[in-house]
Design a protein around this ligand. Structure first.
Ligand code: PGA
Length: 245
């Protein structure tokens, strides 16, 4: 599976960052999983050593193309710092103003620089009328529409319902609901990529993944991996998840 550790802003010192990298490398060597670490941007250049056992992701990139843009980290910059992946449209970035249009721009910049984008989508809440499905469809359509068919095939989807993020395993999605949502995402992707390649796009799940629920969610749901937040910044809980799935 593809397991992405989203450190968010939990990790603030170099020693902790290095401990987590050491743990991830040990796990990558002893399991079949692909492990990707997404540290806060200032740590990227420090810990992404170009080694092959774990890969690195930026948590975000700029929607701009550089120049007089104080505070922005461009796709090129995070590539230079050692990232091969980038999270795009995480709900915590959308909460700070990333609209579907901005997310689409970031996605295009990422692909243009050879980064593998992890497009994060997910509804704020569920309703009995299924409006959340239209919301998810719109997130996918707006992000994919500007892309060429070749670019569309390079995107990884991370389904992260906002109501399930930053909680504990008991609040994560049920396996039935996840399996249904994965089918729905595949259906929308099939419209956006009519040549059957839609089925090959990896779909990850994120939102309160812990060692106790990860194995259940991994089986029969159709997901290709996880995007893990709080449980990825404790070496023991991250190890437990990676070993459990
Ligand atoms: P969480 O975060 O695992 O702490 O819920 C997941 C995410 O937001 O990527």
């Amino acid at each position: 599976m593809l397991i992405i550790a989203n450190w968010k802003a939990y990790v603030v010192d170099t020693k902790k960052a290095k401990t987590l990298v050491t743990t991830a490398k040990r796990l990558a060597r002893s399991t079949e999983h692909t492990i990707v670490l997404a540290p806060p941007a200032p740590f990227l250049g420090l810990i992404a050593d170009g080694g092959e056992s774990v890969a690195f992701a930026a948590q975000d990139i700029s929607a701009t193309t550089g120049g007089a843009e104080t505070g922005e980290s461009l796709a090129q910059t995070v590539v230079a710092a050692g990232a091969t992946y980038v999270l795009v449209g995480h709900s915590e970035r959308r909460a700070h103003g990333d609209t579907n249009t901005i997310v689409a721009e970031k996605l295009s910049h990422a692909l243009a620089q050879g980064l593998i984008p992890v497009l994060c989508i997910g509804e704020r809440e569920r309703d009995s009328d299924g409006r959340y499905l239209a919301f998810i469809r719109e997130q996918l359509v707006s992000a994919f529409s500007p892309l060429s068919p070749k670019e569309r095939r390079q995107v990884i989807i991370a389904y992260e319902p906002i109501w399930a993020i930053n909680k504990t395993a008991g609040s994560a999605i049920s396996i039935t609901d996840l399996a249904e949502l994965v089918l729905y995402i595949q259906k929308v992707l099939a419209e956006l990529l009519p040549d059957r390649s839609a089925r090959e796009l990896p779909i990850l799940y994120g939102g309160s993944v812990e060692a106790s629920n990860a194995p259940l969610l991994a089986v029969d749901s159709g997901i290709a991996g996880f995007l893990i937040g709080h449980a990825s910044v404790d070496p023991d809980s991250f190890s437990a998840i990676v070993r459990a799935v």
